[in-house]
Design a protein around this ligand. Structure first.
Ligand code: A3P
Length: 324
């Protein structure tokens, strides 16, 4: 028998089974044998029960903040690079393994009543995420927020502009969203980040390939913005949480133009300046282009939501009725 080092064995193995090169982490807590070989100081009480999956620019930070105000709900600790977002299932952090992921979650005092959650807004439209999440957390609850995809695209462009992205600074929104495939790579990349997450039906179908519709809660982002107390009541019912009265902790801040956390009689704590930015309204040409671009995807979304018994968001009804 030929003597080989573990590395040589591994190379030979992956030459024979190349499609196994990309690992899929399963949950060691589901199998006694796996528990035996997993590090002894690990616990099965630290898995998140809820993922807020995005998409970006729909109000995910507000939802993260509101959820964290609930006395029985706790989110992960911050990551140095991506702050509150762990981006575990979507990017290279996945290859750090599940111990890396779990180390970001605190140990709870009473795991049976408390709930850990994670918010990474890029999960929604990343094609490999649903499979990875399902392999590790098959019973997890998922929340996504939908706003008009045109507004979402514009908000992302404004976000990139505020971060001094050279493409957003040098190209108008219209030029970005209408860029052809012959355009420079960076322009196409911004175009895709503006447009693709808003093809909601396509991404939700990907999640439904792995999860039951009962595990997914869809929030109308306009209502989250205008009536967060109402939305948080419904979210708590979906999660089976002991009701917490958000009316006591949130109030409208006329200066910010959004709901904020009540700190005292006169003082509110609002989300930072990068959330709820002031920018000029979208130009009519871009509005028209996007209403054409998203029309068939919005129709597909309405059929999908009907099929899974989810009430259509108001913005979707309006866009469909106005022929947008
Ligand atoms: P704009 O800055 O374009 O207005 P995300 O956190 O997913 O990046 O979403 C940011 C968006 O959340 C903001 O986009 C804003 O419209 C929306 N939002 C909803 N509720 C908010 C709140 N209470 N405070 C600030 N922004 C809120």
């Amino acid at each position: 028998l030929q003597q080989k080092t573990p590395m040589e064995h591994a190379i030979q193995y992956f030459d024979m089974f190349p499609n196994e090169q990309d690992p899929i982490w399963k949950n060691p807590c589901d199998h006694d044998k796996h528990m035996e070989i997993w590090s002894p100081n690990k616990t099965c009480d630290k898995w998140p029960k809820l993922l807020v999956i995005g998409p970006q620019k729909t109000g995910t930070t507000a939802l993260h903040t509101f959820l964290s105000m609930h006395p029985l709900v706790t989110s992960n600790m911050n990551n140095k690079q991506s702050f509150e977002e762990l981006q575990f299932f979507s990017g290279n952090n996945y290859y750090n393994g599940i111990d890396w992921y779990l180390d970001y979650f605190p140990k709870l005092n009473n795991a049976s009543v408390e709930m850990l959650f994670e918010k990474s807004a890029g999960y929604f439209d990343s094609s490999r995420v649903p499979k990875r999440v399902h392999a590790l957390l098959p019973n997890v609850r998922l929340i996504c927020i939908l706003i008009s995809p045109a507004k979402r695209a514009y908000s992302w462009y404004q976000h990139m502009k505020a971060h001094e992205d050279p493409v957003a600074l040098n190209y108008s929104f219209y030029d970005v969203i209408t860029a052809l495939d012959t355009a420079p790579r960076q322009v196409k990349s911004l175009r895709d980040r503006c447009l693709n997450p808003g093809i909601y039906s396509y991404h939700i179908e990907n999640w439904l390939d792995y999860f039951s519709s009962r595990q997914i809660y869809i929030i109308d982002g306009d209502i989250l913005k205008d009536k967060p107390v109402e939305v948080m009541d419904r979210v708590q019912r979906f999660l089976g949480l002991k009701n917490f009265d958000y009316g006591q902790v949130l109030r409208y801040d006329s200066k910010k133009g959004f709901y904020c956390q009540i700190m005292s009689d006169k003082k509110n704590k609002c989300l930072g300046g990068s959330k709820g930015r002031q920018y000029p309204p979208m130009d009519p040409k871009s509005e028209e282009y996007l209403s054409q671009f998203y029309r068939k995807h919005n129709i597909a979304l309405s059929h999908l939501l009907d099929k899974i018994n989810v009430r259509l968001p108001n913005w979707l009804e309006e866009e469909l009725n106005s022929g947008k």
